[in-house]
Design a protein around this ligand. Structure first.
Ligand code: NAD
Length: 477
């Protein structure tokens, strides 16, 4: 879908996120012919530099993080000509009139707040004060959106002073992934799945987001946050919503977000016996979590597993098992819908439990895998085996169908004015309202996380969470 000419102002345009994701993503859209002639990217950050310096820096960043397409140096040269730089102080007056002068009429204006949330209010205020933002301008805000319900409400209120909800794009890059959108296509575009998508046929649902990396350079931030705030409240919650929601009457931003909100509001408070916190230990090698964050007494969790229930007709009694962690055995993000047993097998000697499982993989190899039961080939009689009907989107659609990265897709949606894949303020608040009591209880009793060795599937207690129910986590490969 084509986009109109735009000016995208990136506050924090020299930061890590801009260099690793935003600029490389924009370059790929430029190459795909999606950046209309005359569109500009204006970086606004603290350092003093001119357009030429900024172009040089970003050229290097895009080459480093932009993948094979950056070999096309001609395009890269052309792209960086659309980059501009203004030194702006979010908290002071410096640079704002220069930025105001750069603005043009008749062009879409989007402002990406790629800075810490402590600056959102300052930016919103000054955009307004200097008449830089107009009535149609969009703002894009990054995670973390608050650290609890109270701070999220305060952030929403701050932004609402100067922007309407339909101007605010809260990014959760998980929602920009091809597979996540495919989840909706699979559910609502096929006759095959939706009739089975309920407590009559589904035994349980598992959502796993496992990372092999540790906290990296973000130790200071992460240690104040932990897996519940950093992953569960936003990313896993969004995946849960998409898998569990009712069909919206149309694929339109508020229709979709209304349905997601209903899911979050229907979540029951989690029973403390149904939640496991973990923190990684060296295991076969590498520093412990506490060494990584340089806090020998840290009780912050790098892993969470929990069992949730959605109190509505569709999902009555169906457990949703969620887990996420760092320094785990493999890098996997997937949602698995595990269907119930067939109940009675007509095949003699068939003792195995055969279950259909629909696994939707976000990474690696975005795709879908449907486990089906067939006859084991050969003359040995009617023996059954479970085999995968495995589809990797890149293979199924061919190499020429290059799958855009989450960030580039989301940025283009901002320019198009499509909020479907962005979180609404009330959704974010509802998600905090569900996670807050869990975190508060941990903090009140100074809960100590269970230890797990690096390179494993998490603490033993997380296995037990499933075993007690006669179920198993899917293997992390
Ligand atoms: P960073 O520290 O690398 O960059 C911060 C940027 O903000 C710099 O360009 C800096 O010049 C600018 N800045 C800071 N104070 C300023 C001020 N007073 N006035 C004007 N500019 C100022 O941060 P980052 O890693 O790029 O993260 C940016 C935002 O994105 C944060 O909210 C972060 O939580 C979020 N985020 C980052 C990542 C990531 O992978 N880096 C992932 C998800 C979310």
């Amino acid at each position: 879908i084509p986009v109109e000419q735009f000016d995208l102002v990136i506050f924090g345009g020299t930061g890590d996120l801009a260099r690793r994701k935003i600029l490389p993503g924009l370059f790929r859209r430029f190459r795909a012919g999606q950046m209309p002639e005359g569109s500009r990217v204006i970086a606004a950050a603290r350092s003093e530099m001119d357009d030429a310096d900024y172009r040089k820096q970003m050229m290097a960043a895009i080459k480093e993080f932009g993948g094979s397409e950056t070999k096309d140096t001609e395009s890269l040269e052309a792209f960086v000509q659309s980059l501009h730089y203004v030194a702006v102080d979010a908290r002071g007056d410096g640079g704002w009139s220069e930025l105001a002068q750069l603005m043009r009429d008749g062009v879409i204006r989007a402002f990406y707040f790629s800075v810490g949330p402590g600056l959102f209010g300052d930016l919103a205020e000054r955009l307004h004060q200097h008449a830089i933002a107009d009535r149609d301008s969009r703002i894009v805000v990054e995670k973390p959106f608050g650290r609890d319900l109270q701070s999220a409400k305060a952030l929403n209120a701050t932004l609402a002073q100067h922007f309407r909800e339909d101007q605010i794009y809260r990014i959760d890059h998980y929602l920009g992934k091809e597979t996540v959108q495919n989840l909706m296509a699979v559910r609502f575009g096929n006759a095959l799945f939706e009739p089975l998508w309920n407590s009559h046929y589904v035994d349980h649902i598992q959502i796993t987001v496992a990372e092999t990396v540790g906290v990296g350079g973000r130790g200071g931030y992460y240690d104040k946050s932990g897996a519940m705030r950093d992953m569960v409240q936003n990313h896993l919650m969004q995946l849960l919503c998409l898998i569990a929601m009712e069909a919206p009457n149309q694929f339109e931003a508020d229709a979709v977000r209304d349905e997601k909100l209903k899911v979050i509001r229907a979540l029951q408070p989690v029973d403390f016996h149904h939640i496991v916190r973990g923190q990684y230990e060296p295991g076969s090698g590498g520093p412990s979590y506490r060494e990584d964050v340089e806090n020998p007494r840290s009780h912050t969790e790098s892993f969470v597993a929990l069992k949730a229930h959605i109190a509505n007709m569709r999902w009555a009694g169906v457990p949703f098992y969620l887990r996420t962690g760092k320094r785990m055995k493999g890098r996997v993000s997937e949602i698995a819908v595990v269907f119930k047993d067939i109940g009675h097998s007509i095949f003699e000697g068939d003792e195995a439990r055969h279950r259909n499982i629909l696994a939707i993989r976000l990474q690696p190899n975005e795709g879908m895998d449907l486990q089906v039961t067939i006859k084991e080939p050969g003359p040995g009689g009617m023996r059954l085996v479970d085999v995968p009907l495995d589809m990797t989107f890149a293979d199924a659609l061919g190499d020429e169908q290059e799958v855009p990265d989450a960030y580039e897709r989301l940025i283009m949606d901002v320019i198009r004015g499509n909020q479907t894949l962005f979180m609404r303020g009330d959704e974010v608040e509802a998600a905090w309202a569900w996670t807050d009591p869990i975190i508060e209880a941990w903090e009140a009793r100074n809960d100590v996380p269970k230890h797990y060795d690096q390179g494993t599937a998490g603490p033993e207690d997380a296995m037990m969470l499933m075993h007690r129910d006669g179920r198993r986590w899917r293997e992390i490969k």
